[in-house]
Ligand binder design. Structure first.
Ligand SMILES: [Zn+2]
Length: 203
């Protein structure tokens, strides 16, 4: 799940400007590949893997993050994480932040299957700090938007330059033509907190 420090952002010459059917020019790859765009038409970043990169905990590989979010797959083992009684997600309770509003959570952290929860608690340094991670059982989650870098076309329209990073773009709003997505979000509904110790032996 964690990304490698050797993951690279796209080179400017891989990107071009395309005019789709709606007539609004948007960012595109010079050489398109299947799966470049999600169901809402957002273009996704491609990560080149350089062997030997250092693992960056807390960073996510966009391709895997998207697969896990779209398919509700476990962020650790990649197996289906959805369960009849509710799907497990983590959310952060940041120090000094107001308590989590369980009916308001929107997350880019993919779910977990029950057997992977102890593994995750034991291995990720962020989670080992314990107090900041809250385990949630979620009845329903809905794909709601993407996050990423918004590029702007230069005046000669020959080049895209990054203009804003960590931008959220909701699926309920018009697409950002310059968005290069790196994370997919779900909003969580019917959410309750769970004590991780209750999960021992869960399937
Ligand atoms: Zn798992």
């Amino acid at each position: 799940m964690a990304a490698l420090s050797s993951d690279l952002a796209p080179r400017a010459n891989e990107l071009c400007l395309e005019v789709p059917r709606n007539g609004i020019p948007h960012i595109a790859y010079v050489v398109p590949r299947p799966g470049d765009r999600d169901a809402h038409g957002n273009l996704w970043g491609r990560m080149e893997r350089v062997p030997g990169g250092r693992v960056l905990f807390g960073e996510m590989d966009p391709e895997r993050q998207r697969e896990c979010m779209e398919g509700l797959l476990c962020q650790i083992c990649g197996q289906p994480a959805e369960r009849e009684g509710g799907t497990l997600f983590f959310e952060w309770q940041r120090p000094g932040a107001p308590p989590l509003r369980l009916d308001r959570i929107k997350t880019d952290m993919p779910p977990l299957c029950p057997p992977c929860v102890p593994l995750s608690l034991g291995h990720c340094p962020f989670l080992r700090r314990g107090e900041s991670a809250v385990l949630l059982r979620v009845r329903k989650s809905i794909l709601c938007g993407v996050g990423g870098t918004v590029y702007q076309a230069r005046a000669d329209l020959g080049n895209w330059l990054p203009a804003a990073s960590n931008v959220y773009s909701s699926y309920s709003r018009p697409r950002q033509p310059g968005m290069l997505a790196a994370r997919m979000y779900r909003k969580l509904r019917g959410t309750a907190t769970v004590d991780p110790s209750e999960l021992v032996g869960a399937p």
